[in-house]
Design a protein around this ligand. Structure first.
Ligand code: M6R
Length: 607
């Protein structure tokens, strides 16, 4: 987690750093800081709290500097204090750095450095790296001292570093945490994601694990591996993010803006990939691995959080339509298992950010074992996209609220397309292929219909605001949606909410049910409708308060939110929308920090 941005060029870096930090704030927001320098002075400011607080403090100080670093923190080592906030520096206050990640052997290094008379002011692992560079800088070779220091640390990291004595230079390095270089006209920017970079340029270089980059105002850019010290060519990409995509416009929160973008996320993900006349897919991105895919006999899907619920959806989908052995695994568990992959296994990793460390590590293990891997990813150029065999990009556009919403819809859309594609190449006759094509085409409109009724959901949230516990129940394709509904409420409203497969309640959870326990039951008219309704009856018999989400009315429910009719595999696209809206309005009434909920960060890059 943590967002980092470094600038070297001809402008006043302060404005770029502050705007860049605001765009990176989704990565962590408990404290922040900047350091900048002109020829004479070093200006260092840190603040507990948001970037807007820091901005207030520095705004009228006429600070200026063509080189600077900015950081927004999600605390790992050391409490949320100004001392622990970044940028960090060495004893001589020459070396300044920002860090995202964890230095696992920092204690051991700190002890060694203390014996060499280094004094530490913070509890962080990051400060240790500044002193380690200082230790090697005794020979006055900045580049080499960073290189030596990098070889001594273990863990995952992205750093940007500058040295007061060599102010024409910015050094960056990464291992398992993201870092992207932006190349402007006589100016450079290094950041955790493309959003700050788009402030000055569209030309970017995605750094790989083990890369160190030296940006020199006079000599230009040099990239090499700090692992084998070999120089690498600059491979320049163009970012296609539009500035409007990351504006909040007139919305109060990114989350509600992003929920309203759900129909567009689904449409943009499928429209170029499906041929509605020929009832065929057009998944060009998989052409090169078509033969291998034809032979796969097992699919493993892995991810974290909401993306994992998309995996669960995929498991039901592949089993049902392809009759393929499919499993969905939580990435933080999969990575520690001795998983029996074989040459006929396909691994699908799903991630909005493409940076989630657990997902990344699970995929690295599979990669070492030569497993075929497809990524379903939203952020172009992110770390996961660079490691998988092929990527299916979800077209949700930038998602900035910590709670993932539209990305989930785009992920399950991609899974439907992939399922049809696999059926095509494996020669499987899809049961209701024509209806699937007809239904996906109109699903964005059906989602829009639900969003247009958001006032109903708002009223429901108002009516239920006194309750402190919620269950979410669903069977089969609705079980991942129940999990998603419960997670959203937990994340942004800080409420106790749990999800179960509806049939499982009688094995324990039903013990909690009484008139003070509202239960969301997801029961569209699918193949398990009647079974789910029996579970509803069981809850009702124990006086539970029932909120039914269905395309059928049912008089025993206390409240029914009716959704349009659809096919079984598309009902999740509809039942999830009122749950996203419910969590949003519930959190709003409670006055929660909706886009930046406590203790969380959008992109989880620590284990
Ligand atoms: O970027 P990713 O999709 O890999 O993120 C995975 C989870 O961290 C993420 O879905 C998280 O659970 C969200 N905050 C859920 O709203």
């Amino acid at each position: 987690m943590c967002g980092i941005v470094g600038y070297l060029g001809k402008r006043n870096s302060l404005l770029i750093l502050l705007e860049g930090l605001k765009r990176l704030e989704y990565r962590g927001y408990d404290s922040c800081g900047v350091v900048l320098s002109n020829n004479e002075e070093i200006y260092l400011y840190k603040k507990v709290g948001k970037v807007s607080e820091l901005e207030k403090e520095v705004k009228n100080k006429n600070l200026d500097g063509n080189i600077g670093l900015g950081h927004t923190r999600w605390a790992t080592h050391g409490g949320i204090t100004e001392n622990n906030a970044h940028p960090h520096y060495d004893c001589s206050q020459n070396i300044f750095l920002i860090h995202n990640g964890i230095i696992e052997n920092y204690q051991e290094l700190k002890e060694k450095l203390k014996k060499k008379n280094h004094n530490f002011y913070s509890e962080t692992d990051s400060e240790v790296f500044a002193h380690l560079i200082e230790e090697y800088y005794k020979n006055n070779d900045f580049e080499n001292s960073v290189l030596k220091a990098l070889k001594e640390i273990r863990g995952n990291f992205a750093f940007v570093i500058f040295n007061k004595k060599e102010k024409d230079k910015l050094i960056g390095a990464r291992f398992s945490s993201p870092l992207i270089l932006g190349l402007g006209k006589e100016e450079y920017i290094l950041a955790s994601d493309p959003s700050p970079i788009s402030l000055i340029t569209k030309n970017v270089v995605y750094l790989d694990d083990g890369d160190m980059v030296v940006v020199d105002k006079n000599k230009g850019v040099k990239i090499f591996s700090f692992l084998n010290e070999k120089e690498k060519p600059l491979v320049i990409y163009q970012i296609n993010w539009q500035i409007d995509d990351i504006k909040k416009e007139n919305y109060e929160h990114y989350m509600i803006k992003e929920i309203e973008e759900e129909p567009k996320a689904v449409f943009n993900t499928f429209y170029k990939r499906l041929n509605f006349e020929r009832l065929e897919t057009n998944l060009k991105e998989l052409n090169e691995i078509k033969e291998k895919l034809r032979n796969i006999e097992k699919i493993v899907l892995t991810a974290c959080g909401t993306a994992y619920y998309a995996c669960l959806y995929g498991r039901y989908l592949f089993e049902e339509y392809l009759n393929l052995n499919s499993e969905a695994e939580i990435a933080s568990e999969l990575r520690y298992r001795n998983y029996p992959y074989n040459e006929k296994t396909l691994l699908i990793v799903i991630s909005q950010s493409g940076e989630t460390i657990d997902t990344l590590e699970a995929l690295k293990i599979a990669k070492k074992r030569n497993v075929l891997i497809i990524g379903i990813i939203n952020v172009p150029g992110s770390s996961i996209t660079r490691l998988v065999d092929k990527v299916i990009y979800t077209q949700a556009g930038p998602e900035l609220a910590v709670a993932s919403t539209k990305a989930f819809l785009a992920q399950i859309t991609s899974l439907v397309i992939l399922m049809i594609y696999l059926a095509e190449i494996k020669g499987i006759n899809l049961k209701n292929k024509k209806q699937i094509f007809e239904e996906i085409k109109i699903i964005p409109e059906k989602i829009k219909e639900i969003i247009n009724r958001k006032e109903e959901i708002k009223k429901l949230a108002e009516d239920l605001i006194c309750f402190k516990n919620f269950y979410f129940l669903g069977r089969k394709f609705q079980y991942p949606i129940a999990l998603e509904g419960a997670l959203k409420l937990k994340e942004i409203a800080y409420l106790h909410s749990e999800a179960y497969p509806a049939g499982e309640t009688k094995h324990g959870p039903i013990a909690l049910i009484d008139e003070n326990f509202p239960v969301f039951i997801l029961a569209p008219k699918d193949s398990v409708y009647e079974k789910t309704i029996s579970n509803l009856e069981e809850i009702k018999a124990r006086k539970g308060k029932i909120i039914l989400i269905s395309d059928e009315a049912f008089e025993k429910a206390d409240y029914v939110f009716k959704i349009p009719k659809s096919l079984e595999i598309f009902y999740p696209f509809l039942t999830v929308v009122p749950l996203h809206l419910f969590a949003y309005y519930f959190a709003k009434i409670l006055g929660r920090e909706i886009d930046r909920p406590r203790n969380l960060a959008k992109s989880v890059t620590v284990e």
